[in-house]
Design a binder for this molecule. Sequence first.
Ligand code: ZN
Length: 113
Amino acid sequence: MHELGITQSIIEIAERHAMEGGARKVLSLTVEIGELSGVVPEAVEFAFEACSRGTLLEESKLIIESIPGRARCGDCRRETGIDRYSFACPSCDAFALEILQGEELRIKEMEVD
Ligand SMILES: [Zn+2]
Protein backbone atom coordinates (compact mmCIF):
# COMPACT_ATOMS: atom_id res chain seq x y z
CA MET A 1 0.00 0.00 0.00
CA HIS A 2 2.00 2.98 -1.24
CA GLU A 3 -0.69 5.33 0.06
CA LEU A 4 0.91 5.01 3.49
CA GLY A 5 4.14 6.67 2.34
CA ILE A 6 2.24 9.26 0.33
CA THR A 7 0.05 10.12 3.30
CA GLN A 8 3.09 10.42 5.56
CA SER A 9 4.66 12.89 3.11
CA ILE A 10 1.47 14.93 2.89
CA ILE A 11 1.28 15.13 6.69
CA GLU A 12 4.96 16.09 6.99
CA ILE A 13 4.61 18.87 4.44
CA ALA A 14 1.40 20.19 5.98
CA GLU A 15 2.90 20.11 9.47
CA ARG A 16 6.04 21.94 8.37
CA HIS A 17 3.91 24.63 6.73
CA ALA A 18 1.74 24.96 9.82
CA MET A 19 4.78 25.28 12.10
CA GLU A 20 6.40 27.89 9.88
CA GLY A 21 3.19 29.89 10.07
CA GLY A 22 3.18 29.59 13.87
CA ALA A 23 0.00 27.50 13.96
CA ARG A 24 -0.84 25.30 16.90
CA LYS A 25 -2.93 22.89 14.96
CA VAL A 26 -4.33 22.14 11.56
CA LEU A 27 -8.12 22.25 11.45
CA SER A 28 -8.62 20.90 7.98
CA LEU A 29 -6.58 19.77 5.03
CA THR A 30 -7.85 19.62 1.47
CA VAL A 31 -6.00 17.25 -0.84
CA GLU A 32 -6.61 16.84 -4.55
CA ILE A 33 -6.26 13.33 -5.88
CA GLY A 34 -6.54 12.72 -9.60
CA GLU A 35 -8.34 9.61 -10.76
CA LEU A 36 -5.35 8.76 -12.96
CA SER A 37 -2.82 9.13 -10.16
CA GLY A 38 -3.23 5.53 -9.05
CA VAL A 39 -3.77 6.71 -5.48
CA VAL A 40 -6.85 5.30 -3.74
CA PRO A 41 -8.61 8.03 -1.72
CA GLU A 42 -10.04 5.54 0.80
CA ALA A 43 -6.56 4.23 1.51
CA VAL A 44 -5.28 7.78 2.10
CA GLU A 45 -8.15 8.42 4.51
CA PHE A 46 -7.35 5.22 6.36
CA ALA A 47 -3.63 5.97 6.54
CA PHE A 48 -4.29 9.57 7.58
CA GLU A 49 -5.94 8.49 10.80
CA ALA A 50 -2.96 6.43 11.85
CA CYS A 51 -0.22 8.73 10.54
CA SER A 52 -1.62 11.98 11.94
CA ARG A 53 -1.47 10.80 15.55
CA GLY A 54 0.88 12.92 17.62
CA THR A 55 1.18 15.59 14.91
CA LEU A 56 -0.45 18.99 14.45
CA LEU A 57 -2.89 17.22 12.18
CA GLU A 58 -4.17 14.82 14.80
CA GLU A 59 -7.65 16.33 14.96
CA SER A 60 -7.83 17.84 11.54
CA LYS A 61 -10.46 17.02 9.00
CA LEU A 62 -9.19 15.49 5.79
CA ILE A 63 -11.08 16.61 2.70
CA ILE A 64 -10.28 14.71 -0.47
CA GLU A 65 -11.26 16.21 -3.81
CA SER A 66 -11.26 13.74 -6.63
CA ILE A 67 -10.18 15.09 -10.03
CA PRO A 68 -11.63 13.16 -12.98
CA GLY A 69 -9.35 12.15 -15.83
CA ARG A 70 -9.52 14.17 -19.05
CA ALA A 71 -7.47 13.97 -22.19
CA ARG A 72 -7.23 15.52 -25.65
CA CYS A 73 -6.61 13.45 -28.72
CA GLY A 74 -3.54 14.57 -30.66
CA ASP A 75 -5.10 13.39 -33.90
CA CYS A 76 -8.75 14.52 -33.91
CA ARG A 77 -8.26 17.13 -31.13
CA ARG A 78 -11.40 16.02 -29.32
CA GLU A 79 -11.46 16.20 -25.54
CA THR A 80 -12.71 13.22 -23.64
CA GLY A 81 -13.10 11.84 -20.14
CA ILE A 82 -10.75 8.92 -19.49
CA ASP A 83 -9.94 6.40 -16.81
CA ARG A 84 -6.62 4.77 -15.95
CA TYR A 85 -7.07 2.14 -18.60
CA SER A 86 -7.95 4.36 -21.55
CA PHE A 87 -5.19 4.10 -24.12
CA ALA A 88 -6.94 5.06 -27.31
CA CYS A 89 -9.17 7.93 -28.37
CA PRO A 90 -12.83 6.89 -28.18
CA SER A 91 -13.65 8.93 -31.30
CA CYS A 92 -10.89 7.95 -33.74
CA ASP A 93 -9.00 5.12 -31.98
CA ALA A 94 -5.65 6.91 -32.22
CA PHE A 95 -3.13 6.18 -29.46
CA ALA A 96 -2.54 9.87 -29.12
CA LEU A 97 -4.19 10.88 -25.86
CA GLU A 98 -2.56 13.79 -24.09
CA ILE A 99 -3.62 13.90 -20.47
CA LEU A 100 -5.09 17.26 -19.45
CA GLN A 101 -6.01 16.48 -15.88
CA GLY A 102 -6.39 13.60 -13.47
CA GLU A 103 -2.78 13.01 -12.38
CA GLU A 104 -2.92 15.52 -9.54
CA LEU A 105 -1.73 14.67 -6.08
CA ARG A 106 -1.35 17.81 -4.07
CA ILE A 107 -2.36 19.79 -1.04
CA LYS A 108 -4.90 22.35 -2.19
CA GLU A 109 -5.42 24.24 1.03
CA MET A 110 -5.26 23.97 4.76
CA GLU A 111 -6.96 25.72 7.59
CA VAL A 112 -4.90 26.29 10.72
CA ASP A 113 -5.45 27.63 14.20
ZN1 ZN B 1 -9.10 11.09 -31.68
